[in-house]
Design a protein around this ligand. Structure first.
Ligand code: DAK
Length: 259
């Protein structure tokens, strides 16, 4: 599928998505959000895709937020509706995807951009990246899940400090507080994400999907333990489980079919 605001390609079971509005620092306008919703759906539906790397074009910005030019004249009901739609189709869709998403944060990740990175399952940042939620400078609060996911990742105190001061932090500070998993030199960003996915690609795809779902349930659902128990049980009915245990007993490497 071709897009106007994204570059996407599948190579060796990895879907690479690049948000491609470099002149506007990859700000998320409505069209980009629509295309993101489509490519996220494609990732979930396509067996060939075993993991996703999401990044921004150029070396200045991952995503510098929602496109300020577009939402400057919204009223309360438009704002609420768009936040509801966007959260469901893009941000929650990434978090709930059966495929692991890695945000490769190549520069500024601000506002909706940091929210996008936080919806991903893993974050790797380039050493010159800057991260923040500056919404209160515009008279807003984060509207794409930022108040929830930042709190989950770094705890209440740091989350409130970052949101109400609108301060930007460096990649190194972000790693220290658990907001990103790794900080690497810019040139190593994609290869670090590929290195993580190279391990995931060897694992049983259905088990990977259920593990993600169970971890996410600990944050969003009333009884995450129950989700884990059900997901665990379902693993026993898969060909991957048969293959994994048989391969162990036969002292060979498992070859998973994702079935
Ligand atoms: N939107 C639109 N254009 C942007 C942009 C953005 N968020 N960020 C940068 N640009 C554009 C600039 O306007 C400029 O375009 P031209 O003037 O060249 O046409 C170009 O990108 C380069 O930016 P700068 O010239 O400003 O570059 P600098 O190096 O000087 O500064 C910067 C880089 C990242 C510090 C600066 O660009 C900046 O502060 N950008 C804005 C950051 C920000 O406040 N982002 C928005 C956060 S609020 C909603 C749900 C969620 C949200 C909103 C609504 N609904 C459901 C309705 C979320 C809101 C946010 O994300």
């Amino acid at each position: 599928m071709t897009y106007q605001n994204l570059i996407s390609e599948v190579k060796e079971n990895i879907l690479y998505i690049t948000i491609n509005r470099e002149k506007a620092l990859n700000a998320l306008n409505r069209d980009t959000l629509k295309e993101l919703a489509q490519v996220i759906q494609f990732a979930g539906d396509t067996a060939e895709v075993k993991g996703v790397i999401l990044t921004g074009a150029g070396d200045k910005a991952f995503v510098a937020g929602a496109d300020i030019k577009e939402f400057s004249d919204y009223d309360a009901s438009q704002g609420e509706q768009l936040a509801r739609d966007g959260q469901a189709a893009v941000f929650n869709a990434i978090e709930n995807s059966p495929k692991p998403f890695i945000a490769a944060i190549n520069g500024f990740a601000l506002g909706g951009g940091l929210e996008l990175a936080m919806a991903c399952h893993i974050r790797v940042a380039a050493d010159q990246a800057k991260l923040g939620l500056p919404e209160v400078t515009l008279g807003l609060i984060p509207g794409y899940g930022g108040t929830q996911r930042l709190t989950q990742l770094v705890g209440k105190g740091k989350a409130i400090e970052m949101i109400i001061t609108a301060g930007m932090i460096t990649a190194t500070e972000a790693e220290k507080i658990g907001l990103v998993n790794y900080v690497v030199p810019q040139g190593d960003l994609i290869s670090k994400a590929e290195e993580i996915l190279s391990l995931v690609k060897l694992r049983a795809p259905l088990a990977v999907a259920r593990a993600i779902r169970s971890v996410i349930a600990s944050l969003n659902e009333t009884d995450g333990y129950e989700v884990e128990i059900e997901s665990f049980g379902k693993c026993f009915d898969t060909a991957d489980f048969q293959e994994g245990t048989t391969a162990f007993l036969e002292k060979r490497k498992a070859v998973f079919s994702g079935k």
